[in-house]
Design a protein around this ligand. Structure first.
Ligand code: 4AD
Ligand code: MG
Length: 462
């Protein structure tokens, strides 16, 4: 018999046929002359109950010795279950032990804290919560690809090792093959990488944007979807040192077209995930965040509010709310401000547009007022900023000026500037933090619990 997942088995149109299940035991209950095995194979939230009795081959030698965590294979007949909340169960004719479990298996049947589960990231995918998160990550990834493929964006693989600081914020991890202890500093403090692997200083990328622009100025519309790295020392519940980013980039787009794209994109991805992960989302709604599904529906059904930064700041200044961080024209929005605006003030997603140039990256299109740039942040309740993007500065002289004004060296961006010399066109793009949307969908409080292998300051064990 070929392979069948528990998900497949539970979806059979009728009971009565033979079946084989393979998976790990969540719980085992031994009664007189009968044992109940709750087998889970990760294919869905539900496990399958396997019922064994003395007629079952392996009853005494295997079944009666089983405990939580064992890996088993069970053969039998799929029958309708009298039990509540399960459609079918398997009446086993044979049970085999595939992998025994050693003393001290840490995942016993009780609620473990997420902090504890982070210390056993190699085993935590076997819990309901983390298993569901991994399935939602999978569904959301496919939904993202589907959306862009339908919109005629080409998937472009941008480099992970790079020489350019795409955000100009100096938060990059150095990549080197020089042995530790080699003094790479020149007298002026800059890095001497002439002996290094690439013959120049290289880093892990903070964003694929600059290379995505190369793609957009040839294929018109591209997107990236890959890992990005930030060496910012933010020990917060919404920052990771390694996270996945989705970055569409489109030629002949202005900020308004970009905001439209972002809105269509989020609506489409959320609708797909709700559709494909019904059981997993029901779990998060019941156990983690009672508004999880409702607020996803808000994103899907309600039009996004668009507010210029100046206006958003004016609202915050006059709202009378006590914030930890100051508000005022020219200041950046902090997470608490973002959340107040979207949760308390408008009750739907917000696109904040036209930010002060002084607090945004060098590549953003300078508006006619000379003070603001055509940038946007999309804010959602619960997590705040989920998307950051902008129309790009496509005028050579203005871009060169902005690079210099931020203390960066135009020579380091020579090829980026070349794109403005040869057939430059207005274009725009954004970046979506993948873990942030998974956080929003699931309601998980800490971003480290929606990444399978979180990297954060002081933490890279698994
Ligand atoms: O706003 P950011 O820094 O924008 C960029 O990197 C642009 N180059 C994107 C572009 O226009 N192509 O990052 C984009 C998004 C944020 O809105 C946030 O969702 C997420 O990436 N993000 C993080 N997620 C987890 N941990 C971090 N340390 C993050 N920093 C940013
Ligand atoms: Mg941002």
């Amino acid at each position: 018999m070929g392979f069948e997942s528990i998900r497949g088995m539970l979806g059979r149109p009728t009971a009565g046929d033979a079946g084989v299940v393979q998976g790990w035991l969540r719980t085992v209950r031994h009664a007189k002359e009968v044992s109940f095995l709750d087998v889970n194979d990760g294919s869905c939230m539900d496990g399958l109950q396997v019922v064994a009795n003395p007629e079952t081959e392996g009853f005494d030698s295997v079944v009666r010795q089983l405990s939580t965590g064992c890996a088993v294979r069970a053969e039998g007949v799929v029958v309708e279950s009298p039990g509540k909340g399960q459609r079918y169960e398997l009446h086993a004719t044979k049970v085999e032990l595939v992998g025994d479990v050693a003393e001290g298996y840490p995942l016993q049947k009780k609620r473990h804290s997420f902090e504890f589960l982070r210390t056993i990231a190699h085993l935590r995918p076997r819990t309901n919560t983390i298993g569901a998160i991994l399935r939602i990550r999978n569904a959301a990834s496919m939904a993202i690809h589907n959306f862009f493929q339908n919109e005629e964006f080409f998937y472009l693989q941008t480099p992970i090792v790079t020489a350019s600081d795409a955000e100009g914020a100096g938060e990059m991890f150095r990549v080197t093959t020089l042995p530790p202890g080699v003094d790479e500093r020149k007298e002026d403090g800059s890095i001497d990488a002439s002996e290094d692997f690439f013959g120049r200083p290289t880093f892990l990328t903070v964003s694929g944007q600059l290379e995505a622009e190369i793609g957009a100025l040839a294929l018109s519309r591209v997107y990236t979807f890959g890992p990005t790295f930030r060496a910012e020392n933010s020990n917060t519940a919404r920052h990771l040192a390694e996270f996945w980013m989705v970055e569409p980039e489109a030629a002949f787009y202005d900020l308004e077209a970009l905001a439209d794209l972002a809105e269509r994109f989020l609506k489409s991805v959320f609708a797909d995930v709700l559709d494909r992960c019904e059981d997993d989302m029901a779990f998060f709604e019941k156990r983690i965040e009672s508004q999880a599904i409702t607020r996803m529906k808000t994103v899907i059904d309600e039009p996004f509010e668009r507010i210029p930064y100046r206006e958003a700041m004016r609202i915050l200044e006059g709202c009378g709310e006590k914030f930890e961080f100051p508000v005022g024209q020219g200041l950046d929005l902090q997470s608490e401000h973002e959340r107040w605006l979207t949760e308390k003030h408008v009750g739907r997603p917000i696109v904040v547009t036209d930010w002060p140039a002084s607090i945004k990256a060098f590549y953003m299109y300078r508006n006619d007022d000379e003070e603001t740039v055509a940038a946007m942040d999309v804010l959602l309740g619960g997590v705040g900023e989920i998307i950051g993007g902008s129309q790009r500065e496509h005028r050579l002289d203005v871009l060169e000026g902005a690079i210099r004004a931020q203390g960066l060296d135009p020579d380091d961006y020579w090829w980026y500037l070349d794109l403005r010399r040869y057939g430059s066109v207005p274009h725009a793009g954004f970046g979506l933090g993948f873990e942030r949307i998974v956080q929003f969908m699931t309601g998980m409080a800490n971003i480290r619990d929606v990444s399978p292998f979180p990297r954060a300051p002081g933490s890279a064990e698994f």
